[in-house]
Ligand binder design. Structure first.
Ligand code: AMP
Ligand code: MG
Length: 407
């Protein structure tokens, strides 16, 4: 039987980066940038005032002038007019305004006293002189020059990146296309969530669980359900195999009398790449692809198996195809086992764990979460991920460090 490493390797070999597409700013968040975005102006684009107060010429202060006539007031967004009498006057000015030509320094209100003068005009007396010319001014181009590359291909467009996209006026950007994913549950025992199940039935929960996880990667998801019926699969599968980049099926891949998927997939033109991996849970995992069409994961139906095999194999596939230029792949997490664990079968053990970092030593510890069975989906609730324990060993000691796949 295939090892986990070999299976993951065969999955990775099918992960072809998706082509980029131009999208509007509102569609770009969370996607991977495919172009270089440069500063379209110097930043800041003008001498930007950073405090509310008065703008004056530092030379006047240096020459002994301490009281200035306020010529006028200038707000952010108003075009700057020159300071007419730099040796005796100042402009009252607000944060975000462009510094008036002739002024080079801003004294904030807190360091001033403003009162009406004998001439009827307002006069500002500087109580705390600024240390140097340029005080409280963010000089034009001091953050970056025109043409500076600000975002490189491979950048994931999160919130601060989107602020940069907006600032340089990139209202259309080249980003990786979203993967089109069909999530397909199978099984005659499964009824729609809004139905009241008969005693021998259960509600369909895997499709929603997978759809939520897949959507979080940025992919576009549609969900489907098939009964355990070869005829229904024969009719439904071919279109899915041509219309989607990825099919995530759950259930129907084991050795049961109603596990029709491996045969139905083959008949629909999907080639098997592997079936069964030496792992627990999730041994019946099926993987294949339709040439020129979708890549297919037949995930085992037990919810814990479904979720763990999704995270071990399908989530990395989605990351590779949707973020092909990502500068750094997400770092693997390594954690120390918080207690001894014994696991006899010659299978890689996916051990559900809750992660906690030590308050005094900073060590990340993995506390095992033991499900009643791989059908026990509530055991996923306290878990942060699973630790991958190699098949060559059957005893793992507290303190040993192993890789953790986080949910
Ligand atoms: P299977 O892999 O089809 O043999 O299913 C294994 C177990 O997982 C069975 O007990 C199924 O009822 C359960 N199961 C399969 N698909 C789902 C689903 N979509 N939601 C919840 N449980 C499921
Ligand atoms: Mg089934």
């Amino acid at each position: 039987m295939l090892t986990v490493e070999e299976a993951a390797h065969r999955v990775a070999a099918t992960a072809q980066p998706l082509a980029p597409e131009p999208v509007s700013l509102n569609e770009a968040a969370g996607r991977t940038l495919h172009e270089t975005l440069r500063a379209d102006r110097p930043f800041p684009p003008f001498n930007r005032v950073t405090m509310d107060g008065i703008a004056l010429a530092f030379a006047a202060l240096a020459a002994g002038q301490t009281t200035f006539v306020i010529e006028r007031t200038q707000l952010a967004g108003q075009p700057p007019q020159p300071l007419r009498s730099p040796s005796t006057a100042a402009v009252e000015i607000m944060t975000g305004a462009a510094l008036p030509p002739g002024a080079d320094t801003v004294v904030r209100y807190e360091d001033l006293h403003i009162s009406p003068g004998p001439d009827g005009q307002r006069h500002a007396t500087v109580l705390v002189p600024p240390p140097a010319a340029g005080h409280n001014v963010h000089p034009v181009g001091s953050d970056c020059a025109v043409g500076t590359p600000l975002l490189l291909p491979g950048t994931c467009l999160g919130a601060p990146e989107m602020a940069v996209v907006a600032t340089v006026g990139a209202h259309t950007v080249q980003v990786t296309r979203r993967a089109r994913v069909a999530v397909v549950s199978t099984g005659d025992e499964l009824v729609p969530v809004e139905n009241t199940p008969l005693p021998h039935q259960i509600r369909r929960s895997n499709a929603l669980m997978l759809a939520v996880a897949v959507r979080a990667t940025g992919a576009a998801v549609s969900t489907f359900h098939f009964p355990d019926d070869p005829a229904a699969l024969r009719i439904g599968l071919p279109a899915l195999l041509t219309d989607y980049d990825l099919l995530l099926l759950s259930g129907g891949v084991s050795k049961g009398k109603a596990d029709f998927l491996p045969t139905a997939l083959r008949e629909a033109g999907a080639e098997e790449i592997f079936h069964e991996v030496s792992q627990r849970p999730g041994k019946p995992l099926w993987f294949g692809r339709k040439p020129g069409g979708a890549v297919v994961f037949g995930l085992p139906g037990n919810p814990v198996s479904t979720f763990l095999t999704y995270h071990r194999y399908a989530a990395p596939w989605l990351r590779t195809v949707q973020a092909p230029l990502a500068v750094t792949p997400p770092p693997p997490t390594f954690a120390a086992l918080a207690e001894d664990v014994r696991f006899k079968p010659a299978l890689t053990y996916f051990l559900l764990v809750r992660l906690e970092s030590g308050e005094t030593d900073g060590i990340l510890r993995a506390h095992p979460v033991f499900p009643n069975s791989s059908g026990d989906m509530t055991s996923l609730l306290p878990a942060h991920g699973f630790m991958e324990l190699p098949l060559e060993r059957d005893f793992f000691r507290e303190g040993e460090v192993w890789k953790v796949w986080r949910f």
